[in-house]
Design a protein around this ligand. Structure first.
Ligand SMILES: [Zn+2]
Length: 190
């Protein structure tokens, strides 16, 4: 699996709800491994970005599976934690706006409001249930990825906000997009 297996907008599967995983079969574990290799491959092709997490739908496997990089400050660390059937059980803290990007929405970044703290329950790849509490950037990652499993893309949260859309330049800077031209009338985003 490589970065070319990652689906991008306007693929309608990105706005389709994924199914829950029942038994963790060899086929499911294979999907997990493919998600990891696709993320690493994408990451190696992007100079200014790190692939911090991925949902299975992004490699066109419509299962509720999310992987999160264990150390997203270090591109050489290729280990991930696997969350099967992840669910947010509680939102806490306050709503905070920050930049978000997505492997399935090329070059576009958005300022998305998210809660600063969430509790998540999931199953690991051995079938054991576990819970985590995430704060700050990690809480944002969980919201973003669990949204994917429910057919929501980050831009859907900000589609009516003309100030919220940015593009990553070749130099690695974010510049604001023309909302009417590049966002509202885009054939790629919607
Ligand atoms: Zn995403």
């Amino acid at each position: 699996m490589t970065k070319d297996d990652i689906i991008t907008l306007p693929n309608p599967h990105l706005r389709t709800k994924s199914q829950r995983v029942g038994l963790i079969t060899d086929g499911i574990l294979e999907v997990v491994e493919k998600m990891k290799s696709a993320t690493i491959s994408w990451d190696q092709s992007r100079e200014h970005e790190v692939g911090v997490a991925l949902a299975a739908v992004q490699i066109d496997q419509l299962y509720k599976i999310v992987i999160v990089r264990n150390n997203y400050d270090n591109k050489d660390d290729h280990t991930f934690t696997v969350f099967i059937n992840p669910e947010i059980t509680k939102f806490e803290g306050k709503l905070e706006e920050d930049f978000e990007g997505c492997l399935s929405v090329k070059d576009i970044y958005g300022k998305v409001p998210r809660y600063t703290k969430v509790r998540v329950k999931a199953r690991d790849e051995h079938g054991k249930d576990f819970r985590v509490t995430a704060e700050g950037f990690l809480a944002r990652i969980f919201r973003h990825e669990i949204d994917h499993t429910n057919g929501t893309v980050f831009i859907d949260h900000i589609k009516d906000n003309p100030e919220a859309f940015f593009r990553l330049t070749d130099e690695g800077n974010l510049e604001q997009l023309d909302y009417e031209k590049d966002v509202r009338n885009s054939r790629i985003l919607w």
